[in-house]
Design a binder for this molecule. Structure first.
Ligand code: ADP
Length: 599
């Protein structure tokens, strides 16, 4: 049986890789993305499905007629991750089987990032994932987000202007619009000031003062609640950008009309603490000098300096009803080191560590629209196709395409912001080590610092023409999905990592994690050779920040992959089955919300 595809022939056995049942639902999206001929393929694939009955076992990927598939190539005019993917709308896909909570609340997230429309790193994923988890538990949830100019409006459903009002900034009342729209099933209020704030082609780094812009945003969210009479149970703020909100709430809006809300702050990364001068804080209408005390918002390290500095994050910690950070180990680390530790110790009764989850609808290899073939624990042949697809597309498959040999080469991926926190020296070392060990490695990374960018550009120039390393310096959501699906190993060698999502997403897509033991990585990855913890073991862990420590973990991972293929396959299945979803941890947030509610 044969199916015509883009003028070529696809054998019946190849089409079995493409689950025909899913094809019926998703064919148009996927076929468009991979330039396949829709109608012909669909009809024959369905025909094939009906005659599939009785076939005992799927054959190996290497048995399939790879000539018949439209494989990508590095010389393609449009790179394979930029093909016309469908815009993926998960609106309808809130997990409906979730049991509803008995006490239902109204929760408003105030945030600088939200996936996928304004995502730079994990903050965006976490806000969207947690909001969706709480919605599916029956709560009313809104996200409030700056209306960045770079947001693609076609990704927002039912966008409409709902309120025109003024919000204060530096002696002026700025005309401001609030829009309502739906993103990934979540109602979102977009705040759009009529000044230059939030203009530019990126979420961060526009040509306006970020500190002032986010202080404006923090007040504009409260002002919007006041003018519309919105009194949520919980205002959940995130990071330094919204650190002024708890102060503004308790020292200003609570004396005006907002009485009911209680404030929860999540700190995703303590490195950024919102350094601010007194007169800058005054721009949002507070008297900045009032907050320059040890027990309020002064940056402890600057006491006695001229001028002293304030920290929006510290003010947020002091003024919030509860403070959460994103893993229990990071909580311990932050109580022991860093200048904020004394503030956190003083506030330890309201300080909690909750490990992040991942949104398993958005990160799901069995439905992911960016993949050329879907897969799951029961049927992992599709993962091989994804690996070979990426290898072909990036020129990592040899010219004569000996599929079996190509697939046997371990493929390591590292998907990250290129900043010091992420262990840049270990990433560059891993590139050399993986090459030496005969593996392949793909780095997908974006640097905001020009020096780091140049360093990685030089590396890319010298290695990207070779047979085993690809360094891709950009942000691409689509490519990240393809790489997680293709990977045998996901590398996260961070110097510190509050939680880390890459290792959890990687596991869901069948990539075994190799990580440094720090923060949330220590809470989610457990070493294969740890005799005391066989049940939890799921990856390869190292502790030192030196190259030898990393080598040791990589060597063990490669030896396991090569010498124990059956055990490796079991490990892949085990990591895919692990539950790192928000279902597991959203309940802990709900408990904290309930504990601060006004009864
Ligand atoms: P952080 O929040 O410190 O950036 P996390 O591991 O918590 O780190 O979250 C990173 C998120 O951003 C993951 O979803 C990861 O896949 C994604 N990501 C990081 N860099 C890139 C990139 N260059 N292209 C696409 N996605 C990226």
């Amino acid at each position: 049986m044969e199916c015509a595809i883009a003028g070529k022939l696809l054998s019946a056995s190849t089409s079995r890789l493409w689950n025909p049942r899913k094809l019926v639902l998703r064919r148009n999206k996927r076929l468009k993305a991979h330039n396949l001929c829709s109608s012909e393929f669909t009809i024959k694939a369905q025909t094939h499905h009906s005659s599939d009955v009785g076939i005992a076992k799927p054959r190996n990927f290497t048995d399939y007629d790879i000539q018949g598939f439209v494989w990508p190539s590095p010389t393609d005019e449009i790179p394979f991750w930029k093909k016309g993917f469908p815009s993926w709308d998960v609106n309808m896909e809130l997990p409906s089987e979730q049991t509803k909570d008995s006490k239902l609340m109204h929760i408003v997230h105030v945030t600088a990032e939200m996936a996928p429309i304004a995502k730079v790193g994990g903050l965006g994923d976490v806000v969207t994932g947690l909001a969706r988890a709480c919605l599916s538990r029956g709560h009313t949830v809104h996200v409030m987000l700056p209306f960045y100019e770079c947001i693609q409006k076609q990704q927002i459903n039912d966008l409409m202007l709902i309120t025109t009002y003024n919000s204060y900034h530096d002696g002026n009342w700025i005309p401001t619009n609030a829009y309502h729209g739906v993103v990934s099933g979540i109602p979102v209020i977009f705040i759009e000031p009529s000044c230059q704030f939030f203009k530019g082609q990126q979420v961060y780094g526009g040509s306006y003062d970020e500190l002032e812009a986010y202080m404006f945003f923090s007040r504009a969210c409260l002002e919007w609640m006041q003018v519309t009479g919105t009194q949520p149970d919980i205002i959940h703020v995130h990071e330094w950008q919204t650190g002024a909100l708890p102060i503004l709430y308790w020292d200003m809006y609570h004396y005006l009309s907002l009485k009911k809300p209680r404030i929860v702050l999540t700190i995703h990364n303590m490195e950024h603490y919102g350094e601010c001068r007194q007169e800058q804080l005054s721009m949002c209408g507070l008297d900045g000098s009032v907050y320059a005390t040890f027990d309020k918002a002064v940056d402890d390290r600057t006491v006695g300096h001229n001028p002293e500095r304030l920290s929006l994050l510290k003010g947020g910690i002091v003024y919030s009803n509860a403070v959460v950070t994103v893993s229990p180990t990071y909580l311990k680390e932050t109580l022991c080191s860093g200048w904020l530790s004394s503030t956190l110790i003083r506030n330890h009764d309201k300080y909690f560590g909750i490990v992040n989850g991942i949104d398993t609808t958005m990160w799901n290899p069995s439905t992911d629209v960016f993949l050329p073939s879907n897969f799951d624990v029961q049927n992992s042949e599709g993962k091989k196709l994804c690996k070979y697809y990426v290898q072909r597309g990036l020129g990592l498959a040899s010219g004569d395409h000996v599929v079996d040999a190509t697939l046997k080469v371990p493929l390591v991926v590292c998907i990250t912001r290129l900043v010091a926190q992420k262990g840049l020296h270990l990433i560059t070392h891993a590139i050399k080590q993986v090459e030496e060990l005969g593996g392949q490695m793909v780095v997908l990374g974006k640097a905001s610092d020009h020096r780091i960018e140049r360093e990685f550009e030089d590396l890319a120039d010298s290695l990207n023409q070779g047979p085993s390393i690809r360094i891709l310096l950009m942000y691409s959501e689509e490519l990240s999905h393809l790489l997680y699906a293709a990977a045998d190993v996901v590398l996260v060698p961070s110097m510190y990592e509050p939680c880390g999502l890459a290792q959890m997403i990687g596991m869901r897509y069948g990539a075994v994690p190799v990580v440094r033991k720090t923060g949330g990585l220590a809470d989610t990855v457990f070493d294969m050779d740890d005799e005391s913890n066989h049940e939890m073991e799921n990856g390869f862990v190292f502790e030192g920040i030196d190259e030898a420590s990393l080598n040791c973990a990589l060597d063990r991972a490669f030896a396991f992959y090569r010498n124990k293929p059956r055990e490796w396959n079991s490990l892949v299945k085990k990591v895919m089955k692990m539950d790192n979803s928000w279902n597991k941890t959203a309940g802990k947030y709900i408990e904290i919300y309930e504990s601060v509610l006004v009864s």
